[in-house]
Design a protein around this ligand. Structure first.
Ligand code: LIP
Length: 264
């Protein structure tokens, strides 16, 4: 399949959606509801931006499926599904922290992270106007710059991580952080999984470990990391998912996985 047209459409939609998100942020953001926990919020802008994305896709590619954070799933007839997080980093966005992204992936096959083949991934950061993109087999790019994951220096790895919205999960997350800290020079918790993955692909981070991600959080960013020469997995032998996401160069990935999954 020629993924160039899909990528061009995803990039165009991501830029339009990102501009809407940025404009709404400037106008002031209203919390629309809470979801899985009190800290798990959705803003009116999340819903409006996802509606824009969904409408653009339905117009251009009516037979494709859709899987979005705010409006759920709709199967298509084409075998392709668009996996969308309209504003990843919602809490940053609500607080006015300029670190959030529109994440759009196009996948082929079952709309299940353990089964799909990612064809296109686009992560757009409107606050700094940076668009990360990848097509399967064609590398990962930031503008005209081809991306490559880093191998950490003897100083240790710069690692990103995150903590779930449910306070009951924090003790386990902190214990895991303690197990990976000996590999790290330092930790970053920036609050947007898609940008954490994009930054691993771009060599701005050495690695990323987080439990509890949704498919739309990692669908695009995981393709960026793989196309930049990195490895992205979940539980041993599985792809990234709710249970775990580990992204890094192959050598660092195995060191991180060893510590993430061995409680001792
Ligand atoms: C967020 C992720 C972040 C994670 C948060 C949340 P959202 O996605 O980007 O890495 O730590 O718990 O899942 O909710 O902003 O789309």
């Amino acid at each position: 399949m020629d993924t160039r047209e899909l990528a061009d459409l995803a990039i165009d939609i991501a830029r339009e959606a990102g501009e809407l998100a940025r404009r709404r942020r400037g106008e002031g953001v209203a919390i629309a509801a809470t979801k899985s926990a009190l800290a798990d919020i959705v803003t009116e802008a999340d819903r409006e931006v996802e509606l824009l994305i969904r409408d653009r896709i339905a117009t251009a590619r009516p037979d494709d499926g859709f899987l979005g954070e705010e409006s759920g799933a709709e199967r298509g007839a084409s075998g392709l599904t668009w996996v969308v997080d309209p504003i990843d980093g919602t809490v940053n966005y609500a607080y006015g922290i300029p670190h959030y992204a529109v994440s759009i992936a196009v996948v082929e096959g079952e709309p299940d992270p353990q089964a799909w083949d990612a064809l296109v991934g686009v992560v757009y950061s409107p606050a700094v106007d940076e668009l990360f993109q990848a097509r399967a087999g064609e590398g990962a790019w930031l503008a005209a710059h081809r991306l490559q994951v880093l191998e950490p220096t003897d100083a240790g790895a710069l690692l990103a991580t995150g903590f779930g919205y449910d306070p009951a999960t924090h003790a386990g997350d902190l214990a895991r952080l303690g197990r990976i800290m000996p590999v790290a020079r330092d930790i970053r918790r920036a609050g947007a999984a898609s940008l954490d993955l994009a930054y691993v692909a771009a060599g701005r981070l050495d690695g990323y470990v987080e439990r509890g991600l949704q498919p739309w959080d990692h669908a695009a960013g995981a393709l960026l990391v793989r196309e930049a020469g990195g490895e992205v997995t979940g539980m041993p032998g599985e792809r990234p998912g709710r249970t775990m996401t580990i992204a890094a160069s192959p050598a660092l990935h195995s060191r991180l996985a060893e510590r993430v999954f061995h409680e001792s």
